[in-house]
Write a protein that binds this ligand. Structure first.
Ligand code: PGA
Length: 255
């Protein structure tokens, strides 16, 4: 059976409450409630609490863009998995390349975040992806494998895990991976999931593609056998574009 696609919008550091309400209104107006796609929006942390309540009972879930692994304590500026859960979050993005590159996150630090988030009952979108120089040096698979090995292990609950393949050179650049490039890495990731968690997990786990996904390229990417949805940045800030990407994901499984 085909995996149910999963499309998440990473709003990054965009929108105040007023702007965000207008965007959410637009998404809800355009989104058909019976599409066979899981949908999440990941707004800035200040909006998680109101949106966690407002989306209750709708087809949209809320995710956070970051989390700290400690449950509480003297960690100025940080937010724990339990706090996210209490604010109404279902998902959290961990290991986004902007967190890796701009805030020095990686390895064991990300692993602790994944463990703490899963044990709090959150679903994790774990991001991996190579830089342009790594791709040009033919190191893509090596980098992705290392990023997965550093963080994932067989004792984790893979049923609450999504992997997002986001080539760094495609994020915010308007230069997306071709469907062939995406499929090649997604198939590799699925194989790696199989070697960590086993064959059943590999066939069930959803792998999103992220990096300049737009309405014009979504159908081609979503049609790939191992692409199960998208993690969308820029295009998710325009309601019609985000919904059009969700529709492309639904169409890829005949929904
Ligand atoms: P983009 O961002 O769609 O703007 O390239 C994707 C992401 O960073 O998740």
């Amino acid at each position: 059976m085909a995996r149910r696609p999963f499309v998440a919008g990473n709003w990054k550091m965009h929108t105040t409450l007023v702007e965000a309400r207008a965007l959410m209104k637009g998404i809800r107006e355009h989104l058909s409630p019976d599409l066979a796609v899981d949908v999440a929006v990941c707004p800035p942390a200040t909006l998680l609490y109101p949106f966690g309540r407002e989306v209750d009972g709708t087809a949209i879930k809320v995710g956070a863009q970051n989390v700290h692994f400690e449950p509480k304590g003297a960690f100025t500026g940080e937010i724990s998995p339990g706090m996210l859960k209490a604010a109404g979050c279902a998902y959290v993005i961990i290991g986004h390349s902007e967190r890796r590159a701009l805030f020095g996150e990686g390895g064991d630090f990300l692993r602790k975040k994944v463990i703490a988030s899963l044990s709090e009952g959150l679903e994790v979108i774990f991001c991996v992806g190579e830089s342009l120089s790594e791709r040009e040096a033919s190191e893509t698979m090596h980098v992705v494998e290392r990023q997965m090995d550093e963080v994932l292990s067989s004792d984790m609950d893979s049923s609450r895990l999504t992997v997002a393949y986001e080539p760094v050179w495609a994020i915010g650049t308007g230069r997306n991976a071709t469907p062939e490039q995406a499929q090649e890495v997604h198939a590799f990731i699925r194989g790696k999931i199989g070697s960590i968690f086993g064959a059943e997990a590999a066939s069930n786990l959803r792998i999103q593609y992220g990096g300049s996904v737009k309405p014009g390229n979504a159908a081609g990417l979503m049609a790939c056998a191992d692409v199960d949805g998208a993690l969308v940045g820029g295009a998710c800030l325009v309601a019609e574009d985000f919904v059009s990407i969700i529709s492309a994901a639904a169409a890829s499984v005949g929904g």
